[in-house]
Design a protein around this ligand. Structure first.
Ligand SMILES: Cc1cc2nc3c(=O)[nH]c(=O)nc-3n(C[C@H](O)[C@H](O)[C@H](O)COP(=O)(O)OP(=O)(O)OC[C@H]3O[C@@H](n4cnc5c(N)ncnc54)[C@H](O)[C@@H]3O)c2cc1C
Length: 497
């Protein structure tokens, strides 16, 4: 691994058998994995370029067990990496050689569904899609829909503030989670948020969502449920250039229409997706937009006409509007399968995630084409175009010496470009280890220290998921250093310990 991670503590590694025994006393014999073959499946998450077999894996089943595990590890100075389903694309769940990997897979129950208050209380290992499956017969659904929704866990979604096709209109995870139960590194169990849109006190739930497993282990989540819209229709719109497709996206939003989803694919992605799912995507266009409108049926029809008119002004070709639910699902099938479809174009691909102001799309795509030539590596693009969230898929072959390094450099240049045009380093996949060392491109040293002070408030010994998100870990004592000016401490009336 070329990535620099915190130096492993050889003393902890030497105590492996003792640690396994202590954890078995908490969770039982079968819920600790320490055999080399048993540990191997946990060596990476969705960012498979980086691998590290964990010290051992523990699979608790109750909040009380999580609390005891964390309290014991905290007392012993042992690091812990939380893991949901392991689909993170930024290496957030990448194990450490001297850390316990805490898997939440056994927390897989929907605990409560309350249609009157339109919420569900679920355990963190429940998959995103399973929440919708549990309530769809009653006409409800859980809105954020990452393409990985069949596998990824709601705990992982909370940790990454995950998004999906429908987040343009319905918001990301942070807009759809009402409350959470969290176990802090010292074992304390706390609740943040509640069962209503606005809980009392500081918005600590806002801190927890997107915290990438750095502040606590989420052991229960209360999510919002939405009623399924009366109608949803999707349209496929082909464009002669990605620039025109980009301008169309910007004009649809500027006109005041917020589609339920607005996704774009470029030529390589269209061809890969069509070959994979064969749903009739046009192959003679440079860009394809999939736009979905939902609401009451009459509103949908009206908005479809409006979008069609805007698209026509940008040279759209071959517009198709879904007339049945099967056809709507078919339009989406290629987009939802775009990642595995692109996976057939090259032995490996590297999925990037950055966000840009929508208007910058043509400029960024043009530059990406130049970078593709410079690095000699192909790239296919799928985007959550309405949000300006890019997912360039860089094609490479890990078996060819130097190609992974070139793919990483190419990816870093794309992310720098996102920041340069006024965007940000990540849209929905998190920072993890992948973008950790690029954080200074976006934040100054003071910003980073301030963010780390928040981490220190939850985990002062920096034992939870270290090596992720922050390029430099400062000891918390160093960050909390008191400034003594002319021999006087600030606020002398406050008792000090
Ligand atoms: C094919 C594919 C498509 C994808 N599409 C999308 C997409 O459309 N949108 C999107 O947003 N993402 C997408 N992803 C990325 C990924 O699925 C999400 O980031 C997802 O939320 C990760 O969930 P997980 O359960 O797999 O978490 P993991 O990968 O196990 O962990 C992710 C992070 O969350 C932390 N974590 C996990 N569970 C907990 C917990 N209970 N408490 C505290 N911390 C925890 C981990 O420490 C880690 O930092 C995709 C991934 C793949 C492989």
């Amino acid at each position: 691994m070329s990535l620099k991670m915190p130096e492993p503590d050889e003393g902890v590694i030497a105590r492996r058998a003792e640690i396994a025994a202590a954890l078995r006393a908490i969770v039982g014999e079968d819920n600790v994995i320490d055999s080399p073959t048993g540990l191997r499946p946990y060596e990476s998450d969705g960012l498979t370029a980086y691998r590290q077999v964990p010290l051992l894996v523990v699979l608790p089943e109750t909040t009380a067990q999580v609390s005891r595990i964390l309290a014991w590890c905290s007392e012993q100075g042992i690091k812990v990496v939380p893991r949901g389903s392991g689909t993170s694309l930024s290496g957030g769940a990448l194990p450490l050689e001297d850390a316990v990997l805490l898997g939440l897979g056994k927390f897989n129950r929907v605990l409560e569904v309350d249609y009157e208050d339109r919420l569900a209380v679920v355990q963190p290992g429940v998959t995103n899609l399973a929440i919708t499956k549990a309530v769809e017969d009653a006409g409800f659904y859980y809105a954020p829909d990452p393409s990985s929704q069949i596998a990824c866990s709601i705990g992982g979604n909370v940790a990454e503030n995950s998004g999906g096709v429908h987040c343009l209109k319905y918001g990301l995870t942070t807009n759809n989670v009402l409350g959470a139960e969290l176990v802090l590194m010292d074992g304390e169990v706390v609740r943040v948020g509640g069962r209503t849109l606005d809980a009392s006190g500081l918005d600590l739930l806002g801190v927890v969502v997107g915290s990438e497993g750095l502040v606590g282990v989420v052991t229960e989540v209360t999510v919002r449920l939405l009623p399924k819209p009366e109608a949803a229709r999707a349209m496929l719109i082909g464009f002669p250039s990605v620039e025109e497709a980009g301008h169309c996206v910007a004009d649809v939003i500027a006109s005041g229409i917020i589609p339920a989803g607005m996704e774009m694919m470029d030529r390589p992605a269209i061809h890969a997706a069509e070959a994979f799912v064969k749903v009739g995507y046009p192959l003679d266009v440079e860009a394809l937009l999939i736009v979905e409108l939902d609401g009451v049926a009459a509103e949908c029809t009206h908005l479809l006409e409006e979008v069609e008119a805007i698209a026509g002004r940008h040279g759209a070709v071959g517009i198709r509007v879904s007339t049945t639910e099967e056809e709507r699902n078919a339009f989406w099938a290629g987009r939802k399968a775009a990642f595995p479809a692109v996976g057939r174009l090259a032995p490996d691909y590297y999925c990037m995630d950055g966000t840009i102001p929508r208007r910058q799309l043509p400029r960024v795509l043009k530059r990406m084409g130049e970078l593709s030539e410079h690095y000699g590596l192909g790239v296919a693009n799928v985007f959550h175009a309405g949000d300006g969230n890019l997912h360039p898929l860089i094609l490479y072959d890990a078996n060819k010496p130097g190609e992974l390094d070139r793919a990483e450099e190419f990816g870093n240049d794309i992310l720098r470009l996102c920041v340069e045009v006024g965007g940000v380093l990540t849209g929905e996949h998190g920072v993890g280890v992948e973008k950790r060392d690029l954080m200074p491109e976006m934040f100054g040293e003071d910003d980073l220290k301030q963010q780390q002070r928040v981490k220190c408030a939850f985990d002062p010994d920096l034992l939870l998921n270290p090596g992720k998100v922050f390029p430099t870990l400062h000891r918390c004592a160093e960050l909390g250093r008191m400034h003594v000016h002319h021999g006087k401490v600030p606020f002398p009336d406050i008792p000090r310990f």
